[in-house]
Design a binder for this molecule. Structure first.
Ligand SMILES: [Zn+2]
Length: 353
């Protein structure tokens, strides 16, 4: 047994994953070019070939040439050679993965909306599982640099099940005295195996049902919770928002007023300003002791705030009247003007504020 596995039996999960990573020969740090921003790994750790340029700086012809060199440099003698790839229908969210081998092709349909990383990891996992009983070395070509980097992450934060399954399967193969070589090749560079896998992955999108169920990632669960919470909140609040007499309905309009909110105003003015913004009823309205005499013009009204905004002569000069509803007047009067209004002529004094 290799020395690196001596502590495996009593190792922690973290040690297990770290040890298992050593089963894969495409080590991340050794396989990256010296450039800090380089996105291109070398062919594999043993060869330690480095690209002279960043991927973005390579012409299509140079990229194809590098891809061919990458495939040629990967171990093929006495090795099962697999190409893996994934495909996503961005409209329907349908996801599929494929493993291509000279003797066969395996197609998998994943749960809808699986991430590209999950799909690529699943393809690598299935390749390893197919290779496990075949008793020879394994070379896997993938065009997913993200999957390779995820497999070399020291501290796993997401897709833990998939990543540890890949590493555990690689370790099982390695424990039987075989090598596992994970090789990155650029996609769409004319490599026959890669192109065939790409086509097969698209074909796998039409599989009628999920054949490779995977657990959702933590980020997907969080997104689902956020989406569900938002939907529930909207469902709960909709009656208040659509109720024409509610503060929520009023504020839904006045919140469109994006004029700067005045600073350095007193608490009393601020409270009165917020009150007209949210359409807060005065105490007389809440208690049902209407009509109420306006504190500014003495007019009797059964809707004090509406009178204050739409009809009261003492406030007419400071409001952008001419809109059909009081909330629209508030939405179209600047917050500065509203602050000046309520500081000089506050809404009904028989209020809760
Ligand atoms: Zn009045």
């Amino acid at each position: 047994m290799p020395k690196l596995f001596k502590t495996l039996s009593d190792a922690s999960f973290q040690k297990n994953t770290a040890v298992s990573r050593s089963c894969l020969e495409a080590a991340p740090r050794t396989s990256l070019s010296p450039s800090k921003n380089c996105e291109i790994p070398s062919r594999h750790a043993r060869a330690r070939r480095q690209l002279a340029k960043l991927k973005a700086d390579l012409s299509p012809a140079e990229l194809a040439s590098e891809a061919r060199a990458s495939v040629r440099s990967a171990p093929t003698h006495a090795a099962d050679v697999f190409f893996t790839d994934g495909s996503v229908d961005t409209i329907t969210g349908t996801a599929a993965a494929t493993v291509h081998h000279d003797e066969f092709a395996a197609l998998y349909r994943l749960p809808d909306n699986s991430s590209p990383l999950q799909i690529e990891l699943l393809a690598i996992l299935r390749a390893l599982q197919l290779a496990l009983p075949r008793d020879i070395n394994v070379t896997i070509h993938t065009d997913s640099l993200g999957a390779i980097q995820a497999l070399q992450t020291v501290s796993l934060k997401d897709n833990v099940n998939l990543i540890t399954s890949v590493l555990a399967t690689a370790k099982n193969i390695h424990d039987s005295g075989r090598h596992v070589h994970l090789n990155w090749v650029s996609s769409h560079t004319g490599i026959p195996g890669n192109e065939a896998t790409d086509l097969a992955a698209k074909k796998a999108l039409s599989l009628p049902q999920v054949t490779a169920p995977i657990p959702p990632s933590i980020s997907q669960i969080k997104a689902s919770v956020r989406r569900f919470s938002h939907e529930q909140a909207v469902t709960c609040l909709r009656p208040w928002i659509t109720n024409p007499t509610s503060s929520a309905h009023w504020y839904n309009t006045t919140r469109t007023n994006t004029t700067p909110f005045p600073r350095n105003i007193g608490r009393k003015t601020r409270n009165a300003l917020h009150r007209v913004r949210i359409g807060y009823k005065c105490l007389a309205e809440i208690k049902g002791t209407l009509p109420l005499a306006c504190c500014h013009c003495d007019a009797a009204t059964v809707s004090p705030l509406n009178h204050y905004v739409m009809d009261c002569p003492s406030t007419s000069d400071m409001l952008a009247r001419g809109h059909a509803a009081a909330k629209d007047v508030i939405a179209n009067t600047s917050h500065d003007a509203l602050a000046r209004l309520v500081s000089g002529h506050a809404p009904s004094t028989t209020s809760l504020s």
